[in-house]
Each structure stands twice: as structure tokens, then as C-alpha cells.
Ligand binder design. Structure first.
Ligand SMILES: [Zn+2]
Length: 378
């Protein structure tokens, strides 16, 4: 068993099993943050120029078409703010939303109010609830800390397939390096991995997946080949702060706050604030707060005060969510407790894309080819 240790600079700790520390007690996440974002001050003029060039390119490719980009919306702060920004910059987005049956009323209300005010069209993909329910239970039975993988995968697949089917070449996204860089790989793996999802369902599910939006291996390759050119993370090109975004959304789009990050869905809230800390011993707020510390948005002291608070705003809300989740998933009190007691597993414990024979063969061939090229170049 490893002894407890906390980073001296951010608030990441040994709840990330793969964390490492340097001689000064600074963790690998801090190092990665510095490498990716640099320690130099941002050249705002350059960033503005890059933003203008990208906007120009998106508008040009969308000429004569009803939309020039797709934005995935969850009803949360980041994605709603992205739509607002896109409109401010003169883009013509199509908003795409995945309804997996768990979105809180506040989140859905936020989406509709905001898009109506902005005059943005919305495409909603509603999942077959009985099938999706079965898949979510399969992931709880699989006992991996990534029970949100089916939702994340379905969102990615829906957004890309909508863009491809409508001939829209660009995706404007809300990932933000400054506030979303710290995330231990062992906490969540397999977002793009259809094989993993399929295998977990084959092992634990009671029905095949017929409706579930997914990226087949061919579409995954297509995604990898085009994502770099087609995805634009607009939040990396503006001074983004979550609080500033909330102020804008509340003032201009009648947006209502619902509490924590990614709590727009009741299941996400319960999974992150109850199941993860209780069964898997980590709290995703720790990564979010560490990011904010590194981005200079809060002090380390305030982050430590925040993480010391219980993950749920109130014990009553946790009880209500728990009851709701158990009932909605068709579980019972005792079958849920049994799932909580099952020993934790990892992505690697299941057949997945990275351990498939096909992938290993392709990777082996690629490495061999590279070493031949490397040798002939010297
Ligand atoms: Zn750190």
C-alpha cells in the first residue's frame, strides 16, 4: 500500500494510482501542464490572429450551406458558452444534443432558452431508453470507474455522424486546456472504444445494442484522420473563466445555475459525487480544482478548503439522487449495494481496442516500418 502524498503545487494526490512526484514534491500533472501550456505569458495578439484565421476558414467552408459548424450542447456552462461565443464571432452553428434520459430539467431548460435567444437550431438524438438503461447497468456490473463511457461515446458518435451526414466540415468544441488538462488516465479510459463497450454489454447485458450511436472502427479511423483539421477548441483562444462564462450566460441567456461541474445530468452527479468517491476512492473535483489552481483562477488554499467539503451539496440531495438512480435503472437497494461491494476493475480487464489482435498487429507493423525508415535515414 502506498503512503498518502499530496502535490506541493496543485492538490492532486495518491488517489491517482499513477501519480509521480519530483524532488520538490511537485506532481507529474503540474509538469504536463507546464509542458502543454508553457510557462511563458500568452501572446494575445498572436492568439487573436489564429482565432481570426480559423473563423475565416470555417465561414468560407460553410458558404452557401445552412450551417458552417456543429456544436455539441449538454446544457452545462462550457457548451452553452461555446454556442454564445460562436454566435458572437458570426458563425452559424447547428447545436446537437444527446438525450440519454438523465438530463436535469434545469439543464434542458437552459439549452432551450439559450438557443432560442441566440436563434440557433437544435438537433436532439433521443436514445432508446430500455437499451441504454441495460448498457448502463452492464457498466456498473463491469465495476470499472468509467460508467460514463457509454454516454461520452454516444455524444462523440452523434456529433460526428451529424456533421458528416449534413456535410458540415467543422466542429466547434468547448474543451479548454487551461481548465481541463489534469485528468488521470486511470480514472477514465475508453471514450472512443466501441469494442470495449460492445464487449462489456456482451458480457453483462441482457440484449444486443441496436440503437446505440457508436463509432465503428472504420468511423474511428475516419474520426482520427479528420478530427485534427475539423475540431476547433474555441475556449483555448479566449480568456476563459467559468465564473465569467456563468455571468454572461445568466445575464444574456436566462441561464440557471445547477451546482457542480458536469452536474447537468442526475446520473453524472450521482456517479461523480457518490459512486466514485465511495467505491473507487477518488473525487473528480480534485482534478478540476487542480486545474483551476494551475490556471491561476483560485489559490491552492481555497482549493484545499473546497475539496474538504463533502462532494454532495446536501445529504438530502444525495439520498434523493440515490433513490432516483436505483429506481430508474431498475435496480433494488440490495442489488445496488452488491454492485458497490464488487471489487473495482479496470479498462484493461476487458477486451478493448488497445488489446485487440488487430490493433496490436497494426501497431507492430507501424513500429517495424518506422524502425526500418529510421535505420535507412542514418
Ligand atoms: Zn501537482
Amino acid at each position: 500500500m502506498t503512503t498518502y502524498r499530496l502535490c506541493e503545487r496543485c492538490i492532486m494526490d495518491t488517489s491517482d494510482p499513477a501519480i509521480t512526484f519530483d524532488v520538490n514534491g511537485v506532481c507529474n500533472h503540474c509538469k504536463t501542464y507546464d509542458v502543454v501550456l508553457g510557462t511563458e505569458p500568452v501572446d494575445t495578439a498572436l492568439r487573436r490572429r489564429q482565432l481570426d484565421e480559423e473563423l475565416e476558414r470555417i465561414k468560407k467552408h460553410g458558404e452557401g450551406k445552412p450551417f458552417d459548424c456543429v456544436v455539441g450542447v449538454s446544457g452545462g456552462v462550457d457548451s452553452t458558452y461555446v454556442v454564445w461565443l460562436a454566435k458572437q464571432f458570426g458563425l452559424r452553428p447547428l447545436a446537437v444534443h444527446l438525450d440519454n434520459g438523465w438530463n436535469s430539467e434545469i439543464a434542458v431548460g437552459n439549452i432551450h432558452r439559450a438557443l432560442e435567444k441566440l436563434g440557433v437550431e437544435l438537433f436532439t438524438r433521443v436514445l432508446d431508453w430500455e437499451e441504454f438503461r441495460d448498457l448502463q447497468v452492464s457498466f456498473l456490473k463491469a465495476s470499472t470507474p468509467d460508467a460514463e463511457i457509454p454516454t461520452d461515446h454516444a455524444i462523440i458518435a452523434t456529433v460526428f455522424q451529424t456533421a458528416w451526414s449534413k456535410g458540415i466540415r467543422h466542429l466547434v468544441m468547448g474543451h479548454n486546456k487551461a481548465t481541463e488538462l489534469v485528468l488521470p488516465p486511470l480514472w477514465s479510459q475508453g471514450h472512443f472504444d466501441w469494442r470495449y463497450i460492445r464487449e462489456v454489454q456482451a458480457r453483462f447485458g441482457t440484449r444486443p445494442l441496436r440503437d446505440f450511436p457508436h463509432l465503428s472502427f472504420a468511423n474511428y479511423v475516419r474520426y482520427r484522420m479528420t478530427a485534427e483539421r475539423s475540431s476547433f477548441n474555441i475556449l483555448n483562444f479566449v480568456d476563459y473563466s467559468r465564473q465569467k462564462a456563468i455571468d454572461v450566460l445568466q445575464k444574456e441567456l436566462g441561464w440557471r445555475d445547477y451546482g457542480g461541474k458536469h452536474h447537468e445530468s442526475v446520473y453524472t452527479r450521482f456517479f461523480q459525487a457518490s459512486i466514485l468517491p465511495r467505491k473507487f476512492g477518488f473525487d473528480k473535483r480534485r482534478a478540476h480544482l487542480s486545474n483551476q489552481v494551475l490556471a491561476g483562477q483560485i489559490t491552492r488554499k481555497d482549493a484545499l478548503t473546497e475539496i474538504a467539503k463533502p462532494p454532495y451539496a446536501s445529504a438530502q440531495l444525495e439520498r434523493e439522487d440515490r433513490e432516483y438512480v436505483i429506481k430508474k435503472l431498475g435496480l433494488t437497494e440490495s442489488s445496488f449495494e452488491e454492485l458497490m461491494r464488487a471489487p473495482p476493475k479496470r479498462y484493461d480487464d476487458y477486451p478493448n481496442m488497445l488489446n485487440s489482435r488487430f490493433y496490436l498487429a497494426v501497431r507492430g507493423a507501424y513500429r517495424a516500418a518506422r524502425s526500418v525508415v529510421g535505420r535507412s535515414a542514418t
